[in-house]
Write a protein that binds this ligand. Structure first.
Ligand code: FES
Length: 143
């Protein structure tokens, strides 16, 4: 093998190896490992089929045109909550997990109900009212 081909193939192997080591560590960026459901806004509301909660009590919904997602959580008492995943410290998008929400900018964490677990954030997350009907959960965005 000539020197140039050897160097090229070696560099490619190093890039694939580095990508394999780095990419799994990026899973904490963005909304987290939960899929984000895109949703159309109609009359200031967004609807989510209740069947979405059959597999997981937490669904992330991003209204069309929004930068932030909304975390919709089915609680143990079978009621639902909807929280805007926008850090109340300096507006960074939050990462969702089963245990709550975290901010990768300065380290704030929030409980599943939106209260601050660790600062520097001091305010609870914004909540939206939700209603249930005809197999749909509706998030009222005008609140
Ligand atoms: S922006 Fe989230 S902790 Fe600062």
């Amino acid at each position: 093998m000539e020197r140039r081909k050897f160097l090229r193939s070696s560099c490619n192997a190093c890039m694939y190896l580095a990508a394999g080591l780095i990419l799994p560590g990026l899973s904490g960026c963005g909304p987290g490992t939960f899929p984000v459901m895109q949703a159309e806004i109609s009359h200031g509301e967004v609807s989510v089929p209740l069947t979405a909660f059959d597999k997981s009590p937490l669904q992330l919904v991003r209204p069309k045109g929004w930068y932030y997602a909304i975390a919709v959580r089915k609680k143990d008492d079978q009621t639902y909550s909807a929280l805007l995943l926008k850090c109340t410290h300096q507006d960074n998008p939050l990462t969702a997990s089963r245990g709550g929400y975290s901010c990768n900018l300065h380290g704030s964490t929030f409980y599943p109900d939106g209260r601050v677990a660790r600062g520097p954030a001091e305010r609870t997350l914004k909540t939206y009212p939700v209603t249930i009907g005809q197999g749909q959960l509706t998030i009222q965005l005008k609140s």
